[in-house]
Design a protein around this ligand. Structure first.
Ligand code: UD1
Length: 429
């Protein structure tokens, strides 16, 4: 298993290209199941989760080809996928695949909408809480799907097609909103989604679906209206930049000090996080190339932050912010409201010398002058990158184990950071 070795204490200077968003790419790839024509996705990041979803879609009979590198392309340019779900040979998504990536459960929506049936394994537990699928199933049954649970599998049936309806989510859910939008696109009649998630990735998928002939309005607001159409076509779509990767590198620069341009980043996608960084003492300046992030001289000011759905501070940046606050000049408080048990990084940060007390969903962090390198273990995607951020500022060497978590969501992290002066390398085996 690969590890990452980091020797802390170097400032970051230079530029980091931001990749396409993982959390948009996955639902976009799944949306390809809604049409028998070719969907072309550009700016797709090279990530383990994308490779795994290619295999999962392949199991349904989807054919995916990846464009070769063109003259002038750099290793950071995203891939272009040509996805052809013209011939769906199997509407079952088996446990062995779905259990490896929760988002693959979402295939249930396009499969039942287009094929009239789907049999998809329940995703099972995961490292950040129970993460149920009850609201996804509620959305599908609101559109007329019959749902049955049989030996760990959800069977959804709509032999005569789905019918538009009203879906009022009792809590904001990204997965529920994706599923509802995809399913309603091919339902008969109109659908209204109330209390929809407003995450930019929802808007990106809706933009792509509209290019495919869907009639979706209001994506990006909490009320989405969809006029169902009988058929969707192929389209070409460029994946939105990854706001979580953007925020992660911004926190890394905040941690080490220095001056970095995050190329292609779109600041409006993470205003809440940039507002927090401004409070911390970081300069954030939109530029033509993306966003410039700098911290020179000033210390790290403590903050009080509560995670919430978009446009609030994202749960996917909570661990990274906590890493930053371990060296703040004073006491910070971070409250996690989206996922239970999303504090797996705390014990590992403590191994590096952080002072953190946990009380339910609230973490209190007493900033320390010095962190010290140590062996640590990555536990989930965002937790593992928080350890990298802490290690960049720790004295001496940190070895991060189990980096396959990082590879799920961060493209060439060690290359991007070392190009800006960090002492970071992957150790194979
Ligand atoms: C997505 C993101 C993930 C991010 C999260 C919140 C992807 C691939 N993943 O996850 O990175 O951290 O949004 O921004 O886009 N819930 C239920 N019942 C359901 C569904 C969800 O109770 O049927 C709960 C969850 O347990 C959680 C909350 O709703 O407490 C939000 O979950 P949701 O927004 O659906 O997260 P994901 O889509 O799984």
């Amino acid at each position: 298993m690969d590890r990452i070795r980091i020797t802390g204490g170097r400032k970051l200077n230079g530029s980091i290209p931001i990749s396409g968003a993982k959390n948009a790419t996955l639902p976009l790839m799944i949306a390809s199941l809604l049409t028998d024509q070719v969907l072309v996705l550009e700016n797709v990041p090279r990530l383990a989760d994308v490779n795994l979803l290619q295999r999962i879609l392949g199991n349904h009979g989807v054919d995916i080809t990846v464009n070769g590198k063109r003259v002038g392309e750099t290793q950071y340019d995203g891939q272009t996928l040509h996805i052809n779900a013209g011939n769906i040979i199997d509407t079952t998504a088996p446990y062995e695949l779905v259990s490896r990536m929760r988002a693959s459960f979402w295939v249930i929506a396009p499969l039942v909408a287009r094929m009239g049936q789907a049999r998809v394994s329940m995703p099972g537990g995961c490292a950040i809480g129970t993460r149920p699928v009850d609201l996804l199933l509620m959305a599908l049954s609101s559109l007329g799907a019959e749902i049955e649970i049989d030996r760990g599998y959800v069977i959804a049936r709509a032999p005569d097609g789905l019918k538009g309806g009203t879906i009022a989510f009792p809590k904001v859910t990204v997965s529920g909103t994706h599923v509802a939008v995809m399913a309603a696109s091919l339902a008969r009649g109109s659908t209204v989604i109330e209390n929809a998630a407003r995450e930019p990735e929802i808007g990106d998928v809706a933009d792509c679906l509209n290019k495919m002939g869907a009639k979706i309005s209001g994506a990006g607001t909490s009320r989405i209206v969809i006029e169902g159409v009988p058929k969707l076509t192929g389209a070409r779509h460029r994946v939105v930049p990854d706001r979580i990767e953007t925020g992660t590198y911004a926190m890394a620069v905040a941690m080490t000090g220095g001056d970095v341009v995050l190329e292609n980043a779109r600041p409006e996608l993470l205003q809440a996080a940039f507002d927090v960084l401004a409070h911390v003492g970081v300069e954030v300046t939109p530029t033509n190339a993306g966003v410039r992030v700098a911290r020179n001289g000033s210390g790290i000011a403590p903050v009080e932050v509560t995670t919430s759905p978009f446009p609030g501070f994202p749960t996917d940046l909570q661990a990274q912010l906590m890493a930053l606050m371990t060296r703040a000049k004073g006491t910070s408080r971070i409250t996690e409201t989206i996922f239970e048990n999303r504090f797996m990084h705390v014990q590992e940060l403590v191994r590096l010398g952080a002072h953190i007390a946990l009380d339910g969903e609230c973490a209190t962090i007493e900033g320390v002058e010095t962190l010290t390198g140590a062996p640590v273990m990555a536990t989930d995607l965002r937790a593992s990158v928080s350890l990298v951020i802490a290690a960049l500022a720790a004295e001496g060497e940190t070895m991060v184990h189990r980096v396959y978590h990082l590879d799920r969501g961060f493209e060439r992290l060690e290359d991007k950071l070392s190009a800006c002066g960090a002492a970071i390398e992957r150790v194979s085996g």
